[in-house]
Design a protein. Structure first.
Length: 253
């Protein structure tokens, strides 16, 4: 990477890059790692992990050129963090359950944030990355709030909240208020995440499964339509429903 970014003999594209310009590639490579895992394709996973590692090296090289930090600093930093957050493995603490481990992890993270920020943002919500997918960020926000006691005691009041938000969205639609519609839809989605959190379901994974299920069934519907020489765009709702039900009965789940 140092050679690629050499201002005299390097690659013109690599030389021009900044933290900001390659950040989208970093995010994309992380998703491609997740995709290889979802497909259980280990050769692809190996390849995608290499691409993700390249992003770490790229950022570290830019930082080194700015005398900010090096790749070794990055590696040493994560080693120190892992040791610090696992006192039951690298120290004398005794922690015997996964829940207790998670509690210690979060406690150490909170302490790290407090020491890092000092006179800056001391909110329980500080440090939640803005660039996270909205669904994932909603869950993190809710989990942080819950750790300081700002949470429903169980899922039952959340069902009531879900019903309330659904009603408010319908009212916004009836009023044809575009801003209110977007606002109320956001509240509804945020509450759905809260439901998922209380019933201990990862909302991101749940939506991934729903996407995959719909895609598989829709492709089957396309196949069925092609078999009867029909164009989906020309079929009425009843015909589309019939194809969808047939696809479901064929086990497209």
């Amino acid at each position: 990477m140092a050679q690629l970014r050499n201002p005299d003999t390097g690659c013109a594209w690599d030389i021009e890059q900044t933290f900001a310009s390659i950040a989208p590639y970093t995010i994309e490579e992380a998703y491609e790692v997740a995709d290889a895992i979802a497909r259980n394709n280990l050769p692809d996973l190996q390849d995608e992990l290499g691409d993700l590692l390249l992003q770490v090296v790229f950022h570290a090289q830019i930082a080194k050129e700015q005398s900010a930090f090096t790749f070794n600093d990055v590696a040493n930093g994560i080693v120190a963090k892992l040791v610090r957050r696992h006192p039951h493995v690298f120290g004398d603490a005794s922690i015997d359950t996964a829940e207790k481990v998670k509690a210690v992890w979060e406690s150490v993270k909170a302490q790290e944030r407090a020491e890092k920020d000092q006179n800056e943002d001391t909110s329980a919500l500080s440090g939640i990355a803005l660039a996270l997918p909205a669904l994932m960020r909603a869950e993190k926000i809710q989990n942080r709030a819950a750790r300081v006691g700002f949470d429903w005691p169980d899922v039952n009041p959340v069902w009531e909240k879900l019903s309330e938000e659904t009603t408010e969205l319908k009212e916004a639609l009836a009023a044809d208020d575009a801003d209110a519609i977007e606002d109320e839809l956001g509240d509804l989605l945020f509450t759905v995440v809260n439901v998922a959190r209380h019933i201990k379901v990862d909302p991101e994974n749940a939506l991934i499964r729903a996407n995959a299920k719909f895609e598989k069934r829709f492709r089957q519907v396309e196949h069925l339509a092609a078999e009867q020489e029909s164009d989906l765009s020309e079929l009425d709702l009843a015909a589309l429903d019939a194809l969808w039900d047939k696809a479901k009965s064929m086990g497209s789940e």
